[in-house]
Design a protein around this ligand. Structure first.
Ligand SMILES: Cc1cc2nc3c(=O)[nH]c(=O)nc-3n(C[C@H](O)[C@H](O)[C@H](O)COP(=O)(O)O)c2cc1C
Length: 197
């Protein structure tokens, strides 16, 4: 039974999320944890840590490590993806791009193919990862993904919105993340319905 058929049976939507940061106290990991708290009904969100994904080497793309295989398998079995990206030097962090490159290879076995995806991002700067998010959207074109367009969850000055325990305490940001999840679910269901026609 494929993912689409499974969903018509139990209607439980499975979202797979990861953040482009390895930092223990990462703000982007914190907003992903907030997404788990804010999850609408009949949906599950599994979070994956990119720790352990090695630097991509095309010589090894046909023999990926166990961690890469696990990452790819989880992407493939998900109904939708949620990516939280930091902004590094006006773009996405190498750690995130590296993980994306692994999961897109070898050619013909792109785990992202046809997946609905939503983006969010938090930064200590004023633009809240806007530039990084548009770079990430550019990758989605070649990966043949279905990105959600609205809302754009760009969290500026995030250091003022996360408490000492790593909890997102800014109500407005929590509302945006909740809306992002609701829209991602509606978008995913719409795409699945179209595919079942
Ligand atoms: C190499 C590097 C480059 C950065 N470049 C930017 C940037 O272009 N724009 C920005 O808003 N913040 C930038 N920052 C600051 C990040 O917003 C901040 O480190 C943030 O905490 C990273 O996300 P994380 O907490 O999830 O690890 C940069 C940080 C690093 C380490």
């Amino acid at each position: 039974m494929n993912n689409q058929e499974k969903n018509t049976v139990n209607d439980l939507l499975n979202i797979f999320g990861f953040a482009g940061s390895l930092r223990k106290d990462s703000y982007n990991k914190a907003i992903l944890r907030a997404a788990v708290e804010l999850l609408p009904k009949a949906t599950q969100l599994e979070i994956f840590d990119l720790e352990g994904i090695p630097p991509f080497n095309q010589d090894l793309e046909n023999q990926p490590s166990a961690r890469v295989k696990e990452f790819k398998a989880k992407i493939k079995s998900a109904d939708a993806l949620l990516i939280a990206t930091p902004e590094y030097n006006y773009s996405i962090p190498g750690v995130l791009k590296n993980a994306i490159d692994w999961a897109s290879r070898p050619y013909g076995d792109n785990a992202f193919d046809g997946k609905p995806v939503a983006i969010m991002g938090a930064s200590i700067g004023m633009l809240g990862t806007a530039r990084a998010q548009y770079h990430l959207r550019q990758c989605f074109v070649f990966l043949n993904m279905h990105p959600l367009t609205q809302p754009e969850v760009m969290v500026p000055l995030v250091q003022e919105k996360i408490d000492k325990d790593g909890k997102l305490i800014d109500q407005k940001t929590r509302e945006f993340i909740h809306l992002l999840l609701e829209n991602l679910i509606a978008w995913t269901k719409r795409l699945q319905k179209d595919l079942l026609k």
